[in-house]
Design a protein around this ligand. Structure first.
Ligand code: ADP
Ligand code: ASP
Ligand code: MG
Length: 467
């Protein structure tokens, strides 16, 4: 059996949904499939706009967003050309679901407060609507299912983590009988629920993760992620025009790339399937004949160099600096303990060998708070000047150069730096993972396109992948 996930861009309008439905029916004729769908492209953002408007008591924006959501779904539904009764049923269902979302939004409006729990409940409606559109397009074999009934997660709203063993039992109970009877389960991506049944989301882009969670639970042969590009590419094709599709990646390479911003996969997608050695394929919905990218534990050819470049922007670099830090044990531990206690995610750490300073990168939204926390815990050291400054630099990006083949091949870092030097890109900080699978650099955000292109050229990535 294969679990197949279709992203928001693959189900963006009626024509695309019909295309997807046809593909699913063709594939299911050969082998059982479990389908995972995202919300229609742009819908999760619209729900987010509505929620923010509600919390900010902006009634007109709230009404307008709800109207757009209704219009969009009814328009797609109308295009499916169903029988009169199926059409009426589907339209009623869209209205009923949106009325429920509307009630939640009105309570947020009344309270003037948007909790992470309420936000997850609101954002869940995109997927909970779309399974019905896709199921109708597939036809009588399809069975729409809400994953909140069987994917069990913790209660970290907005970034919930699955409890795999609990989910296995429930998922098999719901899905296995349907597969046996030749049905096509059409499951909501992105969402789950706590053991108590409270809706959670797995984080933006989380439908990829849903697919591999289900792949794990059902012991799928493979998980296929259908999207709007030919596979994982040597760089974001929106930044580098001659970026090329990579035939094979290891789980670790794919995880590093997605962690450092390759949006094509949610960063945790590889975790569940790596536990069972289930391969992932990334394929283009609109060009299914293309092989795409295979992601597995072992691949046929690792090469001897860099494979791909990823970037993540909107970051801040915090630097704690002072001569008094030299050789004093525990400074770093205190720093990162304090940051962790605030649940701030540290994406990158670099320490000068003199121990004169320690720098780390966080998301823009956490930067100033991190500085405040550090100034508090180091108040004494700042007073006596053993620590001189805690400073912040904003509008930064990380650029990560990734490839298993980099390990044990000297010169990759040198080539990366000379590419950036030639392109006149200023490097602010450098770190290399001890795995030697990645080198990451902090640069100014506005230099990202130039930097990515120069490294891409330096390693002849477009040409190499072309064979
Ligand atoms: P979906 O709606 O199918 O989930 P996403 O928009 O989440 O699709 O992810 C696909 C997009 O990821 C592509 O359109 C592309 O712009 C972007 N992307 C960024 N980096 C890469 C990369 N290295 N390879 C492929 N796509 C990438
Ligand atoms: N619809 C969700 C989002 O936009 C999940 C996904 O697309 O994977 O983030
Ligand atoms: Mg996505």
């Amino acid at each position: 059996m294969i679990v197949m996930k279709f992203g928001g861009s693959s189900v963006g309008d009626t024509r695309r949904i019909q295309r997807v439905a046809q593909l699913i029916n063709e594939l299911q004729a050969k082998e059982p499939v479990v389908v995972v769908v995202s919300a229609i492209g742009g819908v999760t953002d619209l729900l987010l706009t509505a929620a923010t408007a509600a919390a900010g008591k902006n009634q007109s924006k709230l009404t307008e967003s709800l109207k757009s959501l209704r219009g969009l779904h009814l328009q797609v539904a109308a295009g499916l050309k169903l029988t009169q009764s199926a059409q009426t049923e589907l339209n009623d269902l869209v209205d009923e679901r949106l009325a429920k979302a509307g009630q939640l939004l009105q309570s947020v409006y009344t309270l003037g407060e948007l909790t992470p729990r309420a936000l997850d409940a609101i954002l869940s409606y995109g997927e909970r609507l779309n399974i019905h559109l896709v199921a109708n397009a597939i036809g009588p074999k399809a069975r729409p299912l809400e994953a909140s009934n069987f994917i069990v997660t913790d209660d970290r709203f907005g970034a919930a983590q699955p409890q795999l063993e609990k989910s296995v039992r429930r998922t098999k109970l719901v899905i296995s009988p349907l597969i046996k009877r030749n049905f096509i389960p059409v499951v909501t991506g992105y969402i789950g629920a706590t053991a108590e049944g409270v809706i959670t989301t797995l984080g933006r882009g989380g439908s990829d993760y849903s697919a591999t969670i289900l792949g794990y639970c059902l012991g799928a042969r493979e998980v296929w992620i259908w999207t709007d590009v030919d596979g994982v590419m040597t760089a974001d094709p929106k930044v580098v025009r001659d970026a090329h599709t990579i035939a094979e990646l290891t789980y670790n390479e794919a995880a590093e790339l997605s962690y450092f911003g390759a949006k094509v996969l949610h960063p945790l997608t590889m975790v569940p399937v790596a536990l069972k050695n289930i391969p992932i394929r990334i394929k283009n919905t609109f060009k299914p004949e293309i092989e795409g990218t295979k992601i597995a534990k072992k691949i046929s050819e690792n090469g001897t160099s860099t494979k791909a470049i990823a970037t993540i922007g909107n970051l801040s670099l915090i630097t704690v600096q002072g001569k008094g830090m030299l050789g004093v044990p525990g400074v770093a531990a205190r720093m990162f303990d304090a940051i962790a206690a605030e649940e701030i995610n540290v994406m990158f750490i670099s320490q000068a060998s003199s121990e004169f300073n320690i720098s780390f990168v966080v998301q823009y939204g956490d930067g100033r708070h991190a500085v405040k926390v550090l100034k508090e815990i180091f108040r004494y050291e700042l007073d006596i000047r053993t620590i001189e400054t805690v400073k912040i630099e904003e509008n930064l990006a990380i650029i990560a150069v990734v490839g298993e083949g980099m390990r044990g091949h000297p010169g990759i870092a040198g080539q990366t730096f000379s590419a950036l030097g030639n392109a006149k890109v200023n490097i602010i900080a450098i770190a290399q993972g001890s795995s030697e699978r990645n080198i990451s650099l902090v640069i100014h955000q506005h230099e990202v396109p130039k930097a990515v292109k120069s490294i891409h050229n330096q390693f002849h990535l477009a040409k190499k992948q072309n064979g």
